[in-house]
Write a protein that binds this ligand. Structure first.
Ligand code: NAD
Ligand code: LMR
Length: 335
């Protein structure tokens, strides 16, 4: 009997599984970090033919971890077979940004992959598959995926900005000298790129407004924003590789909260398809503050947006609109 016909078994697909995020993520998923306690995991790992030997090695290592929750691990180089029966699809596969490369350099290569994999997910995955796109340009890859998989509910296609959200919490914790867990309700608006807007206007530290606790608006409107925006680039500079451990951990946070719900009074940030909330053009995959309940996300409504925030939010929306136009152009040229 296929593992995923059993109710408490979640079939999780990781694409790009032979890569560095995949290597950090697969054991976290098998330890239950994404799906939570009480669930068994049927793990499916996809990569390209060129990486099939490395992928085989990852499978051997996962088996050798003897995770209690992992009922099976299968490797694929055929996307359609990999997508069969999938409940949660973590889309990491693609070309990473290397030192000195702009995100736009990798756009053309990656959107073509997401167009192709959209069809495989639509035809083979479970009808209510939850999808999180990690590979850059994450928001635009997710928008392409949604466009070419119209049968998948719009709300099921997301992209990861949780890493940026976690980076914001960590910076606020460090600056205030408080534990990161005491920092709540920061927001990442927009694109997973250097135009993202890390917003502290509604954030709290130990229940008090973050602006009051930190008491330094120049820092919060200046260096804080710059550090969070450029954290990915700083890690590439230091490691000569893009973030992997923190990316994998944030994927698990994203999926866990989506499935199990955010805590009362707290929200997180997720890249989701805009419904026009906060004046963000409808259809863009844009990072919003969201709460999750019953396996669904909702955009937090009614937050006050000051003039400075409005400008920064609009700048990121503009970049996303242009990025999507460029993606469509790349797809048209390669057709
Ligand atoms: P990596 O190069 O180590 O791994 C990528 C893997 O994808 C490789 O094994 C490659 O063979 C595979 N791949 C390429 N084309 C594929 C396809 N068509 N199907 C399946 N697999 C395919 O890169 P990485 O460091 O693991 O990063 C993966 C992606 O995640 C990159 O695009 C990176 O920029 C992005 N990233 C996003 C965030 C975020 O917060 N959203 C954070 C870190 C990295
Ligand atoms: C990150 O935020 O760490 C990655 O998205 C790095 C990158 O490729 O920009």
């Amino acid at each position: 009997m296929p593992a995923s016909t059993v109710d408490d078994v979640v079939t999780v697909l990781i694409t790009g599984a032979a890569g560095q995020i995949g290597y950090a993520l697969a054991p976290m998923v098998c330890a239950g970090a994404a799906t939570g306690p009480g669930k068994k995991i049927a793990l499916k790992l996809l990569d390209v033919e060129f990486a099939s030997e490395a992928l085989r090695g990852v499978k051997m290592e996962i088996m050798d971890c003897a995770f209690d929750a992992c009922v099976s691990v299968d490797v694929f180089t055929d996307c359609e077979k990999a997508c069969e029966g999938v409940d949660v699809a973590i889309m990491v596969g693609g070309f990473p940004r290397k030192q000195g490369m702009e995100r736009k350099d990798v756009l053309g290569k990656n959107v073509a992959i997401y167009k192709q994999q959209a069809s495989a997910l639509a035809s083979k995955a479970k009808k209510d598959v939850k999808i999180v796109v990690v590979a850059n340009p994450a928001n635009t890859n997710a928008k392409i995926l949604a466009k070419f998989a119209p049968s998948i509910p719009r709300g099921n296609v997301t992209c990861m900005t949780r890493l940026d959200h976690n980076r914001a919490l960590a910076q606020l914790g460090e600056r205030s000298g408080k534990a990161t867990i005491e920092v709540k309700n920061a927001i990442i608006w927009g694109n997973h790129s250097s135009t993202q807007y890390p917003d502290v206007n509604h954030a709290t530290i130990e229940g008090k407004p973050a602006r009051e606790v930190i008491g330094n608006d120049a820092y919060l409107d200046g260096d804080f924003v710059d550090v969070v925006r450029a954290r990915g680039a700083a890690i590439i500079e230091a490691r000569k590789l893009s973030s992997a451990l923190s990316a994998a951990s944030s994927v698990c946070d994203h999926v866990y909260d989506w499935i199990h719900g955010t805590k009362e009074g707290e929200w997180t940030s997720m890249g989701v398809i805009s419904d026009g909330s906060y004046g963000v053009p409808e259809g863009l995959v844009y990072s919003f503050p969201v709460t999750c309940t019953g396996g669904k996300w909702q955009i937090v409504q009614g937050l006050s947006i000051d003039e400075r925030s409005r400008k920064l939010m609009d700048e990121s929306a503009k970049e996303l609109t242009e990025e999507f136009e460029l993606a469509e152009q790349c797809l048209a040229e390669s057709a």
